[in-house]
Design a protein around this ligand. Structure first.
Ligand SMILES: *Cc1c(COP(=O)(O)O)cnc(C)c1O
Length: 366
């Protein structure tokens, strides 16, 4: 717990003490055997998290950096962007900003983009890649990836996945689902400080990347691929954060990724049940924003009755020692969000939910 209270934000999340302390280690040169051993430890920790035998790229940037990289280095051609919230909208804006011809499908924040909508777009013309946000942090909606990937590959289209609040919290099977690019950030379900992004590209993606002529330099995944095989990064990495990542990778391995997913499922279900009980107790229309059967295990957006504002709830909960999230984007005041991800336990989440219920009772009594 920090001076600000215990973090149940949908990022950054609470970081273990010994992971923070790992960052006190002195610097080391980023070319040489000691660094390469550290980097190899990080690979051992992250590969099982992504469920891949491919190398995991480590970028000293926030996750948005690798979103841009995924677009820049995708094979030439137009990009189809599945949009159902603020972060998937950002992915589409990045494609536009990188000068790609871009088409948006979906647009309804209340659901995952239906597969038949994607399929009819794919039938009309060929797209080099599809962008999708696995766990939409603005709404708490989870998009199922295996069927999407199978569909896209029928049309020879690569699948670029922002799983920033997915990886490390909900099942992500990079290899088994045949995903072409999967990326996350350090400060979400992996429970590390912000500042690093991690990504995995399929062999097919990286083979085609050399044809993309506007890859730029800092986020050139062809270079990342070359260096990762030497256990190095193309430029100077955030070494202190790498120390933290190595230690956290070992914590995750001890827990096992399957147990981590299960713990997140428990916390998500607790939160959904809590929303139901709040609705019954108060008679007010509190509800989980994301549709049944398409809910993320890491973040829940809760829709509020018109008499309450997300900000007021966040402030009241902060006075009780917990940091939760307000609504995001166009849901700013009509929802609030609880990030039940990272290293939190159901017991600690229960305390946060109690504090939130107390706040809501107090606000409703006014
Ligand atoms: C947090 C988040 C991002 C942005 O991550 P940064 O690390 O701030 O760049 C992108 N996509 C999703 C789904 C997120 O939750």
């Amino acid at each position: 717990m920090s001076d600000f209270g215990t973090f149940f934000l949908p990022g950054p999340t609470e970081v273990r003490r010994d992971v923070l302390e790992a960052m006190l280690a002195p610097m080391l040169p980023h070319r040489g055997a000691i660094f390469e051993a550290l980097f190899a430890r990080i690979q051992d920790g992250l590969r099982p998290v992504f469920r891949t035998t491919r190398p995991v790229y480590v970028s000293s940037s926030s996750a948005t950096g690798l979103m841009e990289a995924a677009i820049r280095c995708a094979a030439p051609g137009p990009i189809l962007c599945m949009v159902n919230g603020a972060f998937s909208e950002r992915f589409a804006n990045i494609a536009l900003a990188c000068g790609r011809e871009t088409r948006v499908v979906g647009g309804d924040w209340h659901q995952a983009v239906p597969l038949d909508v994607v399929e009819s777009a794919l039938r009309e013309r060929r797209y080099a890649a599809i962008t999708v946000v696995h766990s939409e942090t603005s709404t708490g909606t989870l998009t199922s990836l295996p069927e999407l990937a199978a569909l896209a590959h029928q049309y020879d289209t690569a699948v670029l996945v922002d799983s920033v609040t997915g990886v490390g919290g909900v099942p992500v099977e990079t290899d088994a689902w045949d995903l072409d690019f999967v990326l996350t950030g350090s400060q979400k379900a992996l429970a590390l400080p912000p500042g690093l992004a991690f990504g995995v590209a399929s062999q097919r993606y990286i083979d085609q990347a050399s044809q993309a002529t506007a890859r730029g330099l800092y986020f050139d995944m062809v270079e990342f691929e070359e260096f990762v095989h030497k256990n190095q990064t193309p430029s100077t990495p955030a070494i202190s954060l790498l120390y933290a990542t190595a230690v956290q990778g070992e914590h995750i391995a001890r827990e096992t990724i399957e147990a981590r997913w299960a713990r997140h499922t428990t916390m998500a279900e607790m939160t959904h049940a809590w929303v139901r009980s709040l609705r019954e107790e108060t008679g007010e229309p509190f509800c989980v924003y994301a549709p049944d059967h398409a809910r993320s295990g890491t973040v829940t957006a809760i829709a509020l009755p018109a008499t309450l504002k997300g900000d007021d709830i966040v402030k009241g909960v902060a006075r009780r020692g917990f940091v939760i999230g307000g609504g995001y984007g166009k849901l700013k005041s009509s929802t609030f969000r609880i990030g039940h991800m990272g290293d939190h336990t159901p017991d600690r989440l229960a305390l946060c939910l109690d504090a939130t219920a107390d706040t809501i009772r107090e606000l409703l009594a006014k």
